[in-house]
Design a protein around this ligand. Structure first.
Ligand code: ADP
Ligand code: MG
Length: 363
């Protein structure tokens, strides 16, 4: 089921008397979430992710605009009639009910032709439990489960009615690092197995990049970019998106373009044919540096961090906005840490230029 958002806006009254006007949590969103995909809604805390998710599920009414599921407009349809399954950040399980009763809960208020017998409900609950691999925990109470298991119960409960759309609001944020990794793979698997259009909210770019088919990057209620994770990483539309995606983060420098060359400090580090002259912001991905003794760019070497397959060369540069410049180099390369300078050549595709004032991408 594709989800279409048309000029979707949500304003909240501003409670801060010093500031005038409303808070625009979601500002004029106009895009389509493709059918059957896992879509990551990504942005820093407070950028409007939950608000958007709550409008899609019907818990919040838009101030303006429309929402369609496929061809059906659902803008004014109450949540229980939209065919959505929702998993909240805090799971929101009923503590006094068993796992089975928690999963069955959404089936109990089905009315009329949809009404199920007890046996049918149990069958459906078991099916959902199998999907998330908790069928052996059905008689436990939530407080007898680990965080990861509780999360699975919440997902099973969201899936039990076979929703048209599955909505997950920061579902991994209460899990420890190892479990996060494992559970995100699970979410990917469940989404593939069911084929349900799934919107996955997270502030963690790595999480979104690793499992989502499509990512939607937001900032302060405004859509920045939509695309496949690799596409957005390689071709960010602005400095915000470039900085938000990638670990270690992109290295940012003050630069100048003149005579078809890009200068960082005194050094002409790259050819820049056709770029208009003037000051620019330069982003260099960590994998964009190549160790080279007579390379055009030099940095002050601070040290080397071993990462196994790769090493991270840590250095500083007077024109860098980051405290440390990080370059990721294959571990087969040797860096002489006795030296206080290190020289690089740059991979042109990994060097991105942005406008100095507005941070827009320059091509
Ligand atoms: P995110 O989920 O990305 O962290 P939210 O959607 O929760 O962001 O919030 C977006 C903005 O809207 C924030 O500035 C937040 O303070 C504001 N906001 C969210 N819900 C309400 C509300 N019920 N009343 C007033 N302001 C709200
Ligand atoms: Mg939120």
């Amino acid at each position: 089921m594709k989800i279409v958002l048309q000029n979707l806006t949500k304003r909240f009254p501003n409670r801060n008397r010093k500031e005038k006007g409303d808070v625009i949590a979601v500002n004029d969103f106009d895009f389509e979430i493709p059918d059957g995909k896992l879509v990551g809604l990504l942005g820093p805390s407070g950028c409007g992710k939950s608000t958007l998710l709550f409008m899609i599920c019907g818990l919040q009414r838009p101030s303006e605009g429309k929402i369609f599921f496929g061809e059906d407009e659902v803008t004014n349809v109450p949540p229980e009639n939209r065919g959505v399954g929702v998993v909240f950040q805090n799971y929101a399980l009923y503590p006094h009910l068993t796992v089975k009763q928690n999963i069955i809960f959404p089936l109990q208020n089905l009315k009329g032709a949809d009404k199920l017998t007890k046996a049918e409900m149990e069958e459906k609950a078991l099916e959902a439990a199998r999907l998330v691999q908790i069928e052996n925990l059905m008689d436990r109470k939530p407080n007898e489960l680990s965080g990861g298991q509780q999360q699975r119960v919440a997902i099973a409960r969201a899936l039990v009615k076979r929703p048209r759309v599955l909505l997950l609001d920061e579902p991994l944020s209460n899990l420890d690092a190892r479990l996060r990794l494992q559970t995100r793979e699970e979410i990917r698997r469940i989404q593939r197995e069911t084929g349900i259009t799934t919107v996955f909210v997270t502030h963690d770019q790595e999480e979104a990049m690793s499992i989502c088919d499509v990512i939607v990057v937001m900032k302060e209620g405004v859509l920045q970019q939509i695309g496949r994770p690799q596409e957005v990483y390689d071709n960010p539309v602005n400095l915000f998106v470039a900085k938000f995606l990638g670990t270690p983060p992109i290295n940012i420098f003050d630069g100048v373009v003149k005579e078809n060359k890009l200068f960082i400090g005194e050094e002409a580090v790259l050819e820049a044919p056709g770029v208009s002259e003037g000051e620019v912001v330069v982003g260099i991905r960590p994998e964009g540096f190549v160790l080279k003794e007579d390379g055009p760019m030099s940095c002050n070497l601070s040290g080397v961090e071993v990462m196994g397959r790769d090493i991270s060369v840590v250095s500083t540069h007077p024109c860098a906005q980051n405290a440390n410049v990080r370059s990721i180099i294959n571990a087969e390369n040797k860096v002489d840490t006795e030296k206080d300078r290190v020289r690089f050549a740059l991979k042109p595709g990994k060097v991105l230029l942005f406008g100095k004032e507005k941070g827009e991408r320059l091509l």
